[in-house]
Design a protein. Structure first.
Length: 148
């Protein structure tokens, strides 16, 4: 499974907090004392409950409690990096520009609000990454933590 195509568990949690509710077919799930894992499922996880995708598409939710007192599962929708960046553009008018610097990838965050193009550039020392996917993940996380 290719993890770098999907936002990280931490970013998925931030996306949920900021209102992301896209149609994802992967979820991050983390049991009490374990590392998060990426799953494919016909159902998806919202917070601490599992929701059957077919029932949601039919307008109803069938919820199974995954949270008995001795067993805790934390889960979040896992959009692809591109889905998260599209959501930032369409909903929050923030464009994450990832460009090649001196052999590394550099982030610029561009505000598209009020019909004007304004540029907010992330500090250069904190925005140089060795892979495109790392730069995208960092740009998404920066927007969620600082601009929304």
């Amino acid at each position: 499974m290719v993890y770098e195509d999907y936002v990280s568990f931490e970013t998925a949690k931030l996306l949920k907090e900021k209102g992301f509710d896209g149609n994802c077919y992967k979820v991050w799930a983390k049991e009490s004392n374990s590392e998060p894992k990426l799953y494919t499922s016909h159902s998806f996880v919202e917070g601490n409950i599992t929701v059957n995708r077919e029932s949601v598409e039919d307008g109803e939710r069938f919820i199974n409690d995954l949270n008995p007192s001795e067993y805790k599962i934390e889960g979040y929708l896992a959009p692809t990096i591109q889905m998260a960046m599209k959501w930032l553009r369409e909903v929050h008018k923030l464009y994450c520009d990832i460009r090649v610097g001196d052999g590394d990838f550099v982030i610029d965050i561009i505000s598209l609000k009020d019909g004007e193009f304004g540029c907010e550039v992330v500090e250069p020392e904190s925005c140089v990454y060795s892979t495109y996917e790392q730069a995208c993940e960092a740009a998404i996380k920066y927007c969620l933590e600082n601009l929304i």
